[in-house]
Design a protein around this ligand. Structure first.
Ligand code: HEC
Ligand code: HEC
Ligand code: HEC
Ligand code: HEC
Ligand code: HEC
Length: 187
């Protein structure tokens, strides 16, 4: 009788602690595993474009698709017309190429490529000032990939998870003696 009573009191004292641990572990699991899943939605590029096939197998240069205009502004991504220099009609067996030709080239449409590094409108960035750096200092290293990386869209901001944060820009500016005055990056 006595013993049972003691055991009961003990478990009562332990219960809040157990509840705390369960809640605490639950919060950690939610935070580390669950929260990113809730916060980001996964998107795929409209066309599964392979850098590897074009750069390694076809021997193309980056500049053929990512070039500066004469005024120094960045042309960024290639147009469907540029791709159609080779893909005016289907040439291989890959169903993704067929899809590209039928849905974009033949219909004269631009591909809505997702830009992993896209910045908010209030941020000013120009490639010409940064041309001494490797692309992968700032970008995902897509040049070596056969399949474009998953695009994680932040559901709150609409921006990609890989968009460079302000402190990352500022850190490199500080290391290289470039200005960190607000108006440099925010016009
Ligand atoms: C200099 C010629 C050339 C240009 C320019 C070019 N491609 Fe290709 N592309 C090829 C060749 C060659 C293949 C391989 C075809 C095969 O044998 O399957 C290919 C394959 C592909 C494929 C199937 C394999 C893959 O990448 O998943 C897609 C899709 C594709 N190209 C899309 C594009 C798009 C989009 C552009 C413009 C951004 C483009 N290509 C520009 C030559 C070119
Ligand atoms: C045939 C055209 C073509 C060539 C050649 C090419 N690219 Fe691309 N690149 C694309 C297309 C199309 C995209 C958009 C889809 C994607 O991100 O995979 C892209 C996207 C990128 C991006 C991602 C930008 C972002 O943040 O979303 C980088 C970085 C890049 N390319 C670097 C390179 C480098 C480095 C080379 C040379 C080694 C190269 N590319 C050669 C067509 C090309
Ligand atoms: C110092 C950082 C940095 C370097 C180095 C860099 N980029 Fe970017 N890139 C950016 C940022 C930031 C954006 C987004 C600009 C925006 O959204 O206003 C961007 C955007 C892009 C885009 C999307 C189209 C556009 O113009 O917005 C492409 C394609 C691209 N970069 C390719 C490259 C390639 C190829 C290289 C290497 C030759 C390179 N970048 C080097 C930071 C960089
Ligand atoms: C890898 C290093 C590095 C990173 C990362 C970097 N920058 Fe820079 N940036 C520089 C350097 C170095 C200069 C000075 C270039 C010069 O004076 O020729 C510069 C200059 C600039 C300028 C002034 C030149 C102009 O075009 O007016 C702007 C604006 C700028 N950066 C914006 C940004 C933004 C926005 C980001 C982040 C999205 C960023 N930078 C990330 C190295 C970097
Ligand atoms: C080297 C470039 C650079 C400089 C210098 C810079 N910013 Fe930014 N700032 C960015 C970039 C890139 C973003 C967008 C990415 C992010 O939110 O981190 C941003 C975002 C912001 C935002 C929005 C923050 C948010 O979380 O939505 C504010 C506010 C801001 N900056 C204020 C400032 C002020 C104030 C200064 C001067 C003390 C400054 N910035 C200097 C690059 C810069």
């Amino acid at each position: 009788m006595e013993g049972k009573k003691v055991a009961k009191t003990k478990s009562c004292a332990v219960l809040p602690f157990v509840t705390f641990i369960v809640g605490f572990v639950g919060a950690l699991v939610l935070g580390w595993w669950g929260f990113p899943k809730v916060l980001y939605s996964e998107k795929a590029q409209p066309i599964r474009f392979s850098h590897k096939i074009h750069v390694e197998d076809q021997g193309m240069d980056c500049e053929q698709c990512h070039s500066f205009r004469e005024d120094g502004s960045y042309a960024g991504l290639p147009t469907t017309e540029q791709c159609a220099e080779c893909h005016s009609e289907v040439m291989g067996e890959d169903p993704e190429e067929q899809k590209f030709v039928e849905e974009y080239v033949n219909q004269n449409r631009e591909v809505g490529w997702l830009v992993y590094q896209k910045q908010p409108d209030n941020v000013y960035f120009s490639h010409i000032a940064h041309q001494d750096f490797e692309c992968s200092e700032c970008h995902l290293d897509v040049a070596d990939t056969d399949t474009p990386p998953v695009f994680y869209e932040n559901k709150l901001s609409g921006y990609s998870k890989n968009t460079m944060k302000m402190w990352q820009c500022e850190r490199c500016h500080a290391q290289n003696g470039a200005s960190n005055a607000c108006y440099i990056c925010h016009k």
